[in-house]
Design a protein around this ligand. Structure first.
Ligand SMILES: NC(=O)c1ccc[n+]([C@@H]2O[C@H](COP(=O)([O-])OP(=O)(O)OC[C@H]3O[C@@H](n4cnc5c(N)ncnc54)[C@H](OP(=O)(O)O)[C@@H]3O)[C@@H](O)[C@H]2O)c1
Length: 319
């Protein structure tokens, strides 16, 4: 009898003995709290065990409520869940880190967080306004704090015991190297945009060498144009294997050794996105060798301001 496919249950060990992260993760960047709560409940019921959150998403309470409901219903226990959340740009000053972390724990209704990330390497003017701007609409950055100082404050959270692992998000390879070199506790996770149109092989190689997990966001290309799910290489593999294009893209992400995040408010898609299985090696190779489109959909890595960049039509030179 053929062994059951275990890809959807894959976990990746974290550095510093901080446990293991599920390769398959559900993102909670969903603007409406009611929709968030419903989507998270569905995600937990179909089998997702990693939830990616952020103070910036302003819906941690809704995620917390959904977790509480799932736990009360016996769907999951806290120790089966992996909860990631993120420090926002306005809280980079070291003295603001612990209060921000504790506020996230309170909203999420958790005693501890499995992974705490610095959401972006850009410090904004400290304060309660998440998007501080001047009169001309320009972002107000904070020149008074360095990323490494914020990192030291995250290390102290690990020492405090309520934060099991720490990491970075939306960093370049250069920035990551700086922190790795300066760190007492090295980053366990780096969350960046990655999908077959932005494979980030160089970053992934470095992460592998350093024992850092690359956590890919927008694993389906955020459903934007040019649409990864309509790419002829992906759709041909999907047809051949009797899977959906989304299942092909997500299996590729887990199988090449990254953890990934995907999001949907549609129950049948949430179910489909967990129901992945391993691709044959030739399909993995085709995705690597035959997809020529290279595109970043989210500009956050450049400015610290989150946002997917709408495109009307595929750029010149794309496939
Ligand atoms: N660190 C950062 O700066 C950062 C930035 C962005 C995102 N993230 C994290 O990464 C998570 C995932 O990012 P993402 O929202 O871009 O993920 P994604 O899964 O690439 O894109 C989500 C979009 O794809 C659609 N979709 C989902 N499953 C599908 C399927 N099976 N078939 C067809 N379309 C499908 C969804 O539509 P419906 O909802 O309508 O079904 C939604 O429009 C976020 O929730 C967040 O946690 C982090």
């Amino acid at each position: 009898m053929e062994a059951p496919d275990m890809l959807r249950y894959r976990t990746i060990p974290l550095a510093n003995g901080a446990g293991a992260i599920p390769a398959v993760g559900f993102g909670t960047l969903i603007p409406d709290p009611g929709a968030t709560r419903q989507a998270v409940k569905t995600a937990l019921s179909v089998g997702f065990r990693h939830l990616d959150c952020a103070e910036r998403y302003r819906n941690e309470e809704a995620v917390g409520d959904a977790m509480q409901e799932a736990m009360a219903a016996g769907t999951v226990s806290r120790d089966q869940l992996f909860v990631t959340t993120k420090l926002w740009n306005t809280n980079h000053r070291p003295e603001r880190v612990k209060p921000a972390f504790e506020a996230s724990c309170r909203r999420l209704q958790v005693e501890y967080v499995d992974c705490y990330l610095i959401h972006t390497p850009f410090a904004f003017l400290p304060g309660d306004e998440q998007d501080p701007r001047d009169d001309r609409g320009q972002v107000l950055y904070d020149a008074g704090v360095k990323l490494v100082d914020t990192w030291r404050a995250l290390e102290q959270l690990v020492d405090g015991g309520r934060c099991r692992s720490i990491g970075l998000s939306d960093v370049t390879l250069e920035k990551l190297k700086e922190i790795v070199e300066a760190a007492r506790i090295k980053p366990a996770v780096v969350q960046v945009e990655s999908h077959p149109y932005l494979p980030e092989w160089e970053l992934l190689d470095y992460c592998r060498e350093q024992g850092i997990v690359l956590l890919a966001f927008a694993a389906l290309g955020h459903g934007m144009e040019p649409n990864l799910l309509e790419d002829p290489v992906i759709t041909a593999i999907a047809n051949r294997l009797n899977k959906t294009p989304a299942q092909v893209a997500l299996a590729w992400a887990a199988q090449r050794g990254t953890a990934f995040l995907t999001t949907s408010v549609t129950a049948r898609r949430i179910e489909q996105n967990f129901d992945i299985s391993a691709l044959p090696e030739d399909a993995m190779q085709q995705i690597r060798d035959h997809i020529g489109t290279n595109i970043r959909f989210n500009s956050v890595v450049e400015t610290g301001v989150p946002g997917f960049i709408p495109r009307i039509s595929p750029p010149q030179g794309g496939r």
